[in-house]
Design a protein around this ligand. Sequence first.
Ligand code: GYE
Length: 333
Amino acid sequence: MLNRRNFLTAAVGVAAAGTLAACAKEDGGPSDSSSGGSKAITLGFAQVGSESGWRTANTDSVKSAAKEAGIKLQFSDAQQKPENQISAIRSFIAQKVDVIAFSPVVVKGWDAVLNEAKRANIPVVLTDRSVESDESLFVTLVGSDFTDEGRRAAKILEKVLEKAGHKGKVKIAQLEGTTGAAPAIERAKGFKEVMDAEHKDDWEIVASQTGDFTRAGGKQVMAAFLQSNPDIDVLFAHNDDMGLGAIQAIEAAGKKPGKDILIVTVDGVKDGFIAMSEGKINAIVECNPLLGPQLMEVVKKVQAGETVERWIKTKESDFMQDQAKDALPTRKY
Ligand code: GYE
């Protein structure tokens, strides 16, 4: 995963990728324009799946931005299985696409296939999620700072608790994202960082399990949490969809989401905002899925051999319940 320590390696990585892109052109690969006219760039994109509202918005953004930028898109949906992404990347290499972009399901297990892309002189751009890999194997990451999102969730929970007039101990249940995925690891880490530094005596995570970023997962795991820990005060869900599933489980258990159990989620998709405007979610930490336009810009630069920043971060906001109704009409996803 990326951090400041890696910036030096980053510069080297970018330089190498620039050379890669240049080599690809000299090879007379698909981007060769020597036969006259400039050929469209072909981008192979290996998506995680369609597990959440965030993902649907992200896919739409990538597809429409490619169209707008005149980039030929080869799109593959991995259905949340890393092995499907690996096959998709191998097929992009076989097709000799110009650039590969992908949003890795989990952080580990990419070195072999990324080395194959490197040997084929095809630069790789990460989007949304990061990897724990040799950093020379990808050019850049276009996406959010998930550790910061975890910190922001803890900070906004302080406000939520204050607003609800909650005093004393806070029993927290956490619905984690996909096990081994960057947003699950880093959101948990950022939240715990603030908790350990500022709430050692009053906050406690009494239950924490993955709901795989899906609504069905959130519902099922929350139902189990309520059985084993009927006195949960707070739910921190790593995405809106799991929070929305959990709301169903909370209501089925005869409790009021947003009142009996205070809820903080991450993403800020429309359904999340609707639940918040109905008083069922107390706060949302935004994670912007509209990465398509930035990604296409980067792809063009990489293809042209230009230097790009090592981590192109997304700008985001936080929302409390009383902002939901006003914000809802202008939400773009
Ligand atoms: O929060 C979740 C999606 O990787 C940031 O994946 C993304 C996460 C997002 O399934 O809803």
